[in-house]
Write a protein that binds this ligand. Structure first.
Ligand code: TRH
Length: 381
């Protein structure tokens, strides 16, 4: 749906921690501008986090155009602007009072959406699209991303899967990409990527990888897991480019790359350990078996999310494959020993690999999140 540049969207993102808030909103903003032709302003309160995902970014500019998106610094005190036609507050971040007042005062009505965190829990379908009543007459709705047709869907660019398939069918493209990251693939090795929070379970997983007959090449983008990796390797500070070998396990630290490059890393690997929200979804689009380190929440709320996803994802798997996957994911998230569950997973690897591709195709048959947002706006008009 091109040619909507007269329709203006404002996306507000307050960076709580890590790269999920910024990762999701930046990806959404790029896609809305590129595929739906709308004018997008992305309001960010932390340009430093943005610059990690978009290295060309100017960390101090109040306003900059990046990949078709007008990136604006969310300054305090707020500088008044004309509100857009559609306003997204990501993850319930609080909009400036003056901006809300300007939305209410605008002669043309404004659609206000609270874009929520991703969850596979049952209640999501029931809450997706519900109004959130406002005393000032503004129309606000909850918008829930999700894995099922009754939800708002998942972020997926229009040609993503075509690009992924072409890349995976082209060994030269893969080799060149890896070479660009300084990675020389070892013939016959299993390639694994590792993006995770601090995790006590890491040592037991690395032990089993180092001891098994199959060679594993583990690629670790710089980030929070490095301290545990260093402790296990028994070495001082690790930085991008460093390589170490223990038994059959070859470890290499990678630089943190742009989102498009990170996708290619996931597509290149046989198995991806991911975390949070956005990398978790991208690993599903890679069509390869994965391991999710979920973002820990108060009162163990994350365990309900984890179990809800597992219940959905394992549908159609044999009991052995379900049990192996569940065992591994639970151990990883509990910081428990991984050896036995990794061994069990290896027994059902072909089934899990096939399932990962099938799961990806099933999710891709649903409208993607950007498409769903645009459609919601059109239906609301
Ligand atoms: O960084 P995350 O852990 O983010 C979040 C936040 O913690 C958030 O507060 C929390 O609520 C949420 O998790 C559940 O993980 P996530 O969501 O995967 O975001 C990481 C982003 O970084 C994603 O867009 C992918 C990107 N990325 C790169 O662009 N390059 C890289 O090299 C890597 C490793 C990641």
């Amino acid at each position: 749906m091109a040619g909507n540049s007269s329709v203006k969207w404002d996306i507000f993102c307050s960076v709580v921690d890590n790269y999920g808030d910024i990762g999701v909103t930046w990806r959404l903003a790029k896609q809305l501008a590129a595929e739906h032709g709308v004018a997008v302003r992305l309001w960010l309160d932390d340009l430093g986090a943005f610059a990690r995902l978009c290295p060309q970014a100017d960390r101090h500019a109040a306003q900059q155009l990046r990949q078709g998106v007008e990136v604006r610094q969310w300054l305090l005190p707020w500088q008044p602007v004309q509100p857009a036609d559609v306003v997204i507050e990501a993850f319930a971040c609080e909009l400036p009072d003056a901006y809300v007042a300007a939305m209410a005062a605008r002669p043309q009505k404004v659609l206000w959406l609270n874009l929520e965190y991703l969850s596979a829990e049952d209640w999501v379908e029931g809450c997706h699209g519900l109004p959130s009543l406002q005393s000032n007459g503004l129309q606000k709705f909850f918008f829930f991303p999700g894995f099922t047709t009754g939800s708002g869907g998942l972020l997926r660019e229009r040609d993503l899967l075509e690009q992924r398939r072409a890349f995976q069918a082209d060994p030269l493209a893969r080799a060149q990409f890896l070479m660009g990251l300084g990675v020389a693939p070892i013939a016959g090795a299993r390639l694994v990527s590792l993006f995770a929070y601090e995790n006590r379970a890491l040592a037991s997983w690395l032990e089993v990888l180092a001891a098994e007959p199959q060679v594993t090449q583990l690629l670790v983008p710089e980030g929070r897991i490095l301290a545990d990796l260093q402790a296990w390797l028994g070495c001082a500070t690790l930085v991008a480019g460093d390589q170490q070998q223990r038994g059959r396990l070859h470890v290499q630290v990678l630089p943190f790359v742009e989102q498009e490059q990170y996708d290619r890393l996931l597509w290149s690997c046989d198995f991806n350990a991911v975390r949070g929200e956005d990398s978790f979804v991208r690993a599903q689009w890679a069509g390869r078996p994965l391991l999710w380190h979920i973002y820990e929440q108060e009162e163990n709320a994350h365990w309900y999310k984890l179990e809800a996803f597992l219940a959905l994802y394992t549908k159609g798997l044999s009991p052995a494959a379900s049990a192996a996957l569940e065992g591994l994911w639970r151990a990883w998230n509990a910081g428990a020993a991984m050896g036995a569950s990794w061994d069990a997973l290896l027994q059902v690897w072909p089934e899990l690999a096939e399932h990962a591709e099938r799961w990806c195709l099933q999710r891709a048959s649903q409208a993607d999140l950007a498409e769903a947002l645009v459609e919601f706006y059109q239906n609301w008009l």
